[in-house]
Design a protein around this ligand. Structure first.
Ligand SMILES: [Zn+2]
Length: 294
């Protein structure tokens, strides 16, 4: 074997372990226990909700509504006529309301949506521009629970636990931290991850660790209802705490000038010649950078 070939082979073998997240023991099977009782959750900020008149939609909501639910499900994520748009002003961020969308067939009610997002600490929430709450039904009639995050915007599908709103928001807090050595070294030094889902990728591990800290700091200490030594993931928890505690801890967490809202689409005003066309059907399904199934 020529030296150059051997060195290429050797290099590629060396890089394989860093591309695949080795599986670690899951501390919990999943995070259901965090939302099992109200007092365990971070408090939600009070809010004022104003519904928009029909006919105008943030670009993210319009494009998401118009896309097919999946490659195996040609239904639109939401018929445009069923998209509700709300401005939600939270008491912890009164001057910067969020514009959020909900499909009328979503399993989560307006109140559930508003309060679950309101539990996300303001400094974490401010990393998110828009959210869209959708129906979680599948072609076989079952109801799934999932989320997807792209470009600081996320969707929630189905009757999901509140922790999912924190999880999706933490994908926007990540900004590449989960692939940096500060985090991966901490991961390597530990013998467990928070739950099975955290084994999916470093980014999913980071989002679960952020959610864990949010509930642990702002709800009640998790150790008060879970008698189990967290030492097996202490390096990861410390790394995320050091990186994001100013956004997480309600004693320091503040909303900030987040990225600007999308422009609005007003289909009725822009139809023109299109009005004569037959329905083109939904756009292809959206590929999310982070696609989460619970
Ligand atoms: Zn995720």
């Amino acid at each position: 074997m020529a030296p150059s070939t051997r060195s290429i082979l050797f290099t590629s073998l060396l890089t394989i372990p860093s591309l695949i997240l080795a599986q670690k023991t899951a501390f919990l099977e999943d995070f259901a226990i965090l939302d099992e009782k109200d007092e365990r959750k971070p408090p939600f900020a009070a809010s004022t909700v104003n519904k928009w008149d029909a006919g105008s939609y943030p670009q993210f909501c319009y494009d998401t509504a118009n896309a097919a639910k999946g490659t195996d499900d040609p239904r639109r994520n939401c018929e445009i006529a069923n998209v509700e748009v709300f401005d939600v002003a939270y008491a912890d961020c009164p001057d910067k309301p969020w514009t959020v969308c909900r499909c009328t067939d979503a399993q989560l009610s307006v109140d559930q949506m508003v309060n679950a997002f309101g539990r996300v600490p303001p400094g974490v929430r401010s990393h998110v521009v828009h959210i869209f709450i959708l129906d979680g039904s599948r072609p076989d009639g079952s109801i799934g629970k999932s989320g997807g995050s792209n470009n600081d915007r996320f969707v929630i599908r189905g009757p999901i636990d509140d922790a999912a709103f924190a999880h999706e928001s933490f994908h926007s807090v990540d900004k590449g931290f989960s692939s940096q050595s500060t985090f991966t070294d901490a991961y390597d030094a530990d013998s467990c991850v928070p739950d099975n889902y955290a084994n999916s990728s470093p980014a999913e591990d980071f989002a679960q660790l952020g959610t864990w800290l949010d509930y642990d700091i702002n709800g009640v200490p998790i150790s008060s209802y879970l008698d189990k030594d967290q030492g097996c993931m202490k390096n990861q928890l410390e790394a995320v705490r050091a990186y994001a505690t100013q956004y997480i801890d309600l004693n320091t967490s503040e909303c900030f000038d987040r990225r600007p809202n999308d422009g609005n689409v007003t289909p009725a005003a822009s139809t023109g010649v299109k009005a004569l066309d037959v329905d083109d059907g939904p756009a292809p399904p959206i590929t999310f950078e982070f696609e989460d199934e619970w």
